[in-house]
Design a protein around this ligand. Structure first.
Ligand code: HAM
Length: 419
């Protein structure tokens, strides 16, 4: 018992930590390029923050929160997600008084008392981004682009972006009634959870995973046919901008998400090969949330990505090299002079942000090629005394297996433009 981590939690051992920090670094860099700034909020908050924002009738608030009373008898909860805390901080520190939009990102552990299984933990980690203060559909598209760019940057290219609109306080109540009207006659056939959802949260019935409920919901008309004209326009604009940015998507009218704060855009990024816990990330617009938390009406939109699921997906697809931060380039130099020039070249590459390594043991070319393979380099630069005299260097592509000779002086420019 003492030598076992609590159920649903995991140690991240040194070899894994390397992958985690690479993921974080990729995300940080990307956020910087997109002009998002990092925020760090407490691990626990007043329980009411989550019950009000995520919603009393959601599984998260109803069943999954780690709630406790502190010694001052205040009800506290370990954060089950990052959006509510970011909204709270946005209000508490009057970030709305700065030029809008406010664009923030975060990384950290979240806690949900869920049934643990592959890809589902009680302590898990999210990379997330939130934007406050803009109603523009361009911003919905920007946050989606940021999430998709992150997945592509770590090598996940086979994911499906599912998108929907969940409407707004004007059109959603009418659609809720429509669901209740359609499902009334099947009420007794729904799973016990959905029977509970029927009154309080009928939209959630649409994404119930129980087969029978899924069959029953086939009869429910699409939400996209019940949106008000503002929501239709917003959705069409988001889709238009996605096309403009060459981001593939799949419209899924059954996508409703498990948190109550969403309005208009809702999206999820799914790895279809990952089994039941296949959602790698999700998000959407939440134009009413800031007001729910006590602020003046302020639109918002964001997403969160589950780090454990990203790692699982990478592992399943055998994508490792990039994440280990392995040197992309190995400099194989032969002889003292060439080795010194190789050292210079390697340092130059490193300063350009290209991971590089060389041999320091005066090994034979054959041994150095083996070493390059072992460290996972995709390119080897071969520099012998002969090449050095000619002012040339050989570039060997370890993946394709071919090689070419180029001018030694121009090699960094050449690599920079071809990598
Ligand atoms: P969410 O869909 O609840 O959204 O979680 C986002 C991601 O966190 C999921 O797609 C999944 O990858 C990961 N995740 C969730 N629960 C677990 C778990 N028990 N174990 C492992 N991974 C998990 C949110 O949390 C929203 N706050 C996202 C958002 C931000 N919406 C707007 N802004």
């Amino acid at each position: 018992m003492l030598a076992k981590a609590p159920r649903g939690t995991r140690d991240i051992l040194p070899e894994e930590v390397e992958k985690w920090s690479t993921l974080e670094a990729f995300f940080r860099n990307l956020c910087k390029n997109y002009n998002y700034r990092e925020i760090r909020t407490p691990i626990f908050e007043h329980t009411e923050l989550f019950s009000r924002s995520v919603g009393e009738d959601t599984d998260i608030v109803g069943k999954e929160m780690y709630t406790f009373f502190d010694k001052g008898k205040r009800s506290m909860t370990l954060r089950p997600e990052g959006t509510a805390s970011t909204v709270r901080a946005f209000l508490e520190h009057k970030l709305y008084a700065q030029a809008q939009p406010t664009k923030l990102f975060y990384f950290g552990p979240m806690f949900r008392y869920d049934r643990p299984q592959a890809g589902r933990y009680r302590q898990f980690h999210q990379l997330g981004a939130e934007v406050f203060g803009s109603v523009s559909p361009e911003i919905d598209t920007e946050v989606i682009a940021l999430a998709m760019d992150f997945f592509h940057s770590v090598g996940l290219n086979q994911l499906s972006l599912e998108i929907n609109s969940v409407g707004c306080p004007q059109c959603r109540p009418i659609y809720r009634e429509e669901i209740q009207k359609t499902l009334d006659k099947y009420r007794g056939d729904l799973c016990p959870d959905c029977q509970g959802r029927f009154e309080n949260n009928p939209l959630r019935i649409l994404d119930c995973k129980v087969e029978n409920c899924q069959e029953i919901t086939e009869t429910v008309p699409d939400i996209l046919d019940h949106l008000c004209s503002f929501c239709v326009q917003h959705f069409e604009d988001v889709v238009y901008f996605l096309k403009l940015l060459d981001i593939s998507y799949h419209i899924n009218p059954k996508l409703v998400r498990g948190l109550d704060y969403y309005t208009k855009t809702a999206f999820e990024i799914v790895d279809t090969g990952l089994g039941s816990q296949n959602s790698l990330g999700g998000g959407g617009r939440y134009d009413g949330l800031v007001e729910t938390c006590g602020g003046s009406p302020t639109p918002g939109v964001g997403f969160a990505i589950g780090v454990e699921r990203v790692l699982l997906s990478l592992e399943q697809q055998n994508i490792q090299t990039k994440l280990l931060g392995v040197p992309r380039i190995f400099v194989a130099a032969l002889g003292t002079k060439a080795s010194a020039r190789g050292l210079q070249l390697m340092t130059e590459l490193r300063r350009l942000g290209i991971a590089a390594e060389k041999d320091y043991q005066d090994r034979s070319l054959k041994a150095q090629m083996k070493q390059a393979d072992r460290v996972g380099a995709s390119i080897v630069l071969i520099l012998g005394e002969e090449e050095l005299e000619k002012g040339k260097i050989v570039i060997r592509d370890m993946v394709k297996g071919d090689q070419q000779e180029v001018d030694l002086e121009g090699v960094t420019d050449f690599l920079r433009s071809s990598l």
